[in-house]
Design a protein. Structure first.
Length: 390
């Protein structure tokens, strides 16, 4: 990150650790006792963990006892989907259906599919052209046999925010089903309030907002049953066993506190940078389309998902990398595969359009001069690619 020629535009994949977070973690990385130990060193570690828990709870409008620490967003999603569905079936054997939207992160979709050998039916709900679930289909999926419904809060590829989560959560509750939302990309970027959302489970992870990798959390609404997916010493009130990573959890707590305190100012600043970037691209490249960019549709302030007509996104990425620019062609968790994004295909884009899509994502370290550089380099690379293809 110290190389002046390096430009990082892949903040949805992960973010640079904030300086305040590094400072807070440093003492605990040298030595931290087991937070379950009763001696003074253990009690100090426990206090640090509980302060982090309070920070996370405060940031999303929850109570500290409703926060279960995990190793990150994937584990939190798995714990919610698998743990929630299994607990629901335990309480009512009829509940053997899990419904998730087609634009979910793989951590949710694959967790639902993993339940099929356990006697569940996994159903993927269709979405509209913006990636938002169709209300009538979601409502039809909620019946006496439904254990859990999961609908992502903010899409990691397009940045589109699902304002229908509270309504879906309310319908799920009326049907006796549990509700989950993957808020991994939302927390730290937009206001998130679990009471307003009305969900039973909400997933988040620190490395998406300046925290360390390996530290995440699952909100579990008070009174909701959860079947643990890791067994051992009974940590996290028996909901997730394993010795706590004190340093990482301290970093998570500081990161979410700092991100929340700066959310309003940073959201306005970053969205202005993104808007300028998109306007520049649209002016420079005829036929370019920005996914999810339409009046009235809410998006995260941090992402631009753009279709570069007639181009191969992977070739553009290589050319950008040679220029010292980091971007992506979609979810970083699907990197290394040649299959088109299932999220973008679900919105109705053709395979060719999906293969021509790049995602640029911005954050705390993004500056005006970086947008200037992107607007100078990206159209030039695209034109060279087009010229080479003719």
């Amino acid at each position: 990150m110290t190389d002046i020629g390096f430009l990082y535009a892949d903040h949805h994949a992960t973010t640079p650790v904030a300086p305040e977070v590094l400072d807070s973690m440093a003492p605990w990385m040298v030595f931290s006792a087991n937070a379950s130990s009763v001696h003074s060193f253990g009690r100090a570690a426990r206090q640090a963990v509980e302060e982090a828990r309070a920070d996370v709870a405060r940031a999303i409008g929850a109570s500290p006892e409703e926060i279960v620490f995990t190793s990150g967003g994937t584990e939190a999603d798995n714990l919610a989907v698998r743990g929630g569905a299994l607990a629901a079936r335990e309480a009512d054997p009829r509940r053997t259906r899990v419904a998730v939207t087609k634009t979910e992160h793989p951590a949710v979709r694959e967790a639902a599919r993993s339940l099929v050998p356990w006697g569940f039916r996994a159903e993927e709900l269709s979405v509209d052209a913006d990636g938002l679930p169709l209300p009538e289909e979601a409502e039809a999926a909620l019946g006496a046999e439904t254990a859990l419904l999961s609908a992502i809060l903010a899409n990691n590829e397009t940045g589109v925010v699902n304002g229908g989560v509270p309504a879906l959560a309310g319908k799920a509750r009326s049907a006796g089903a549990l509700s989950h939302t993957d808020a991994v990309q939302a927390v730290g970027k937009i206001p998130v309030d679990v009471r307003a959302l009305g969900v039973d489970f909400l997933s988040l992870t620190g490395h998406k907002f300046g925290g360390p990798k390996g530290a995440g959390a699952l909100f579990v609404r008070k009174g909701v049953r959860l079947s643990p997916q890791a067994w051992g010493g009974g940590q996290e009130k028996g909901r997730r066993a394993g010795t706590e990573n004190v340093a990482a959890l301290v970093g998570l707590g500081v990161a979410v506190r700092v991100a929340t305190e700066r959310l309003e100012v940073e959201s306005a600043r970053v969205s202005a940078l993104r808007d300028r970037f998109e306007a520049g691209l649209l002016a420079a490249i005829p036929g370019l389309k920005v996914n999810g960019r339409r009046p009235g549709l809410r998006r995260l302030p941090t992402a631009t998902s753009a279709i570069f007509p007639g181009a191969e996104a992977q070739l553009l990425l290589v050319a950008l990398d040679l220029e010292g620019i980091a971007a992506s062609s979609g979810s970083a968790c699907a990197a290394g595969t040649t299959k088109p994004s299932t999220v973008l295909l679900a919105t109705g884009l053709s395979p060719d359009e999906v293969r021509s899509t790049l995602r640029f994502s911005f954050g705390r370290t993004t500056r005006d001069e970086e947008i200037d550089r992107l607007l100078a380099v990206v159209p030039a690379i695209y034109r060279r690619a087009q010229a080479g293809a003719t």
